[in-house]
Design a protein around this ligand. Structure first.
Ligand code: SAH
Length: 343
């Protein structure tokens, strides 16, 4: 039995047509599931009895229970969802003026071991299925009675280390018969897995690509992100040029400001040197302290100086406001507390 939430309109259509049903039946089923939110096949009244029987013999509609919900002073909410095999994953809901953004987790744990990240303290246990990613949105929309407008795949895990499932997840939530989340409102964030970037470029999706850069020189970047040994900055930038050529889309570089590590004006100049001819934005992120790690965030003044230095040299940059830090729901803070409690 397959969870219906793991199907794209295309995959469902293929299955139904093979069994003698009509292509439009797949759209009907999607509408019942995502628009009308009816979870009992018997109530899909505009479909034939044979179709309803086929659905109940081959598919189930199973949701993910929310086991914890934490609300931050700024309104950011963090949820712990329980997977069928007992693992817990975290999902975050942020409210902005322009809508509601959900931060989706793509793996249980993460294998990249970035030195500053709480998620990296735990090795990857497994990839999430497309349904488990879709269900993070479904669960939270139902719990809060809201409609999510933006999705960032920036929770625990490396999306390009779970490439096919993440792409399928994007197709599912992007469908006009389902959640209808526009491609431009979806962002996938990678630590810089070059084969993933190239494969993503080939798909030519209108989805936003963010790259966690965090340093403009190999020595510093490797000390922060071991993946840089495998895919050093030069190779990373080449793959991003290919991405830009193929998609004509701007890349967002995430740059975390860590005191004394990557936040000097010399570092800013190196970043300008690296990015000046690239179609991009830089997103400066304040470091969220993680109890187990020694790194400290840059002082506000240094953060501002770094930002000014980039902007004065023609780099488009934004300074991301941190949401949810008081409930450990900010970037890179996910999961650690609960895991430690369970040790
Ligand atoms: N693996 C992907 C997506 C998950 S991490 C990636 O690396 O992009 C999402 C973002 O949070 C990344 O930019 C990551 O570098 C950042 N991050 C990790 N730990 C952080 C911390 N302690 N403070 C602030 N940002 C952090």
């Amino acid at each position: 039995m397959k969870n219906l939430y793991g199907e794209t309109v295309a995959s469902l259509c293929e299955d139904l047509v093979e069994k003698g049903f009509k292509p439009f039946n797949a759209k009907q089923v999607f509408t019942w599931l995502y628009k009308k939110k009816v979870y009992d096949f018997a109530q899909y009244t505009d479909t034939s009895k044979a179709l309803r029987e086929h659905l109940s013999e081959n598919y189930v509609i199973r949701h993910l229970p929310i086991s914890e919900r934490h609300v931050s002073k700024d309104g950011t909410k963090k949820y712990l969802l329980a997977l069928p095999d007992g693992h817990l994953i975290e999902t975050v809901l942020m409210e902005q003026d322009y809508g509601k953004t959900i931060c989706v987790t793509s793996q249980v744990g993460c294998n990249l071991g970035c030195a500053f990240c709480a998620s990296g303290l735990f090795e990857k246990v497994r990839d999430l299925t497309p349904a488990e990613m879709v269900l993070q949105i479904v669960a939270i929309e139902a719990r809060e009675d809201v409609r999510v407008s933006h999705v960032v795949i920036m929770g625990t895990g490396e999306p390009f280390d779970n490439f096919d499932n993440v792409m399928r997840f994007i197709d599912i939530i992007n469908s006009p018969y389902g959640m209808e989340i526009g491609a431009r409102k979806i962002t996938v964030s990678t630590a810089g897995l070059v084969p993933g970037i190239l494969a993503f470029a080939d798909l030519q999706k209108q989805v936003n690509l963010a790259v966690s850069l965090h340093a403009a020189d190999d020595k510093t970047r490797t000390s922060l992100m071991p993946i840089n040994r495998k895919y050093p900055i030069k190779r990373l930038m080449e793959s991003l040029q290919t991405y830009i050529e193929k998609t004509n889309r701007r890349v967002t570089f995430e740059y975390l400001l860590i005191a004394g590590v990557n936040d000097s004006l010399h570092d800013a100049d190196r970043l300008v040197g690296l990015l000046k001819d690239t179609l991009c934005y830089v997103n400066l992120i304040p470091f969220n302290e993680v109890a187990e790690l020694d790194y400290k965030g840059s002082e506000e003044k240094q953060h501002a100086r770094f930002y000014d230095r980039l902007v004065s040299q023609g780099i488009r940059a934004t300074s991301r406001r941190e949401l949810g830090a008081d409930i450990d729901a900010a970037c890179g803070q996910l999961r650690i507390k609960e895991e430690c409690d369970n040790l």
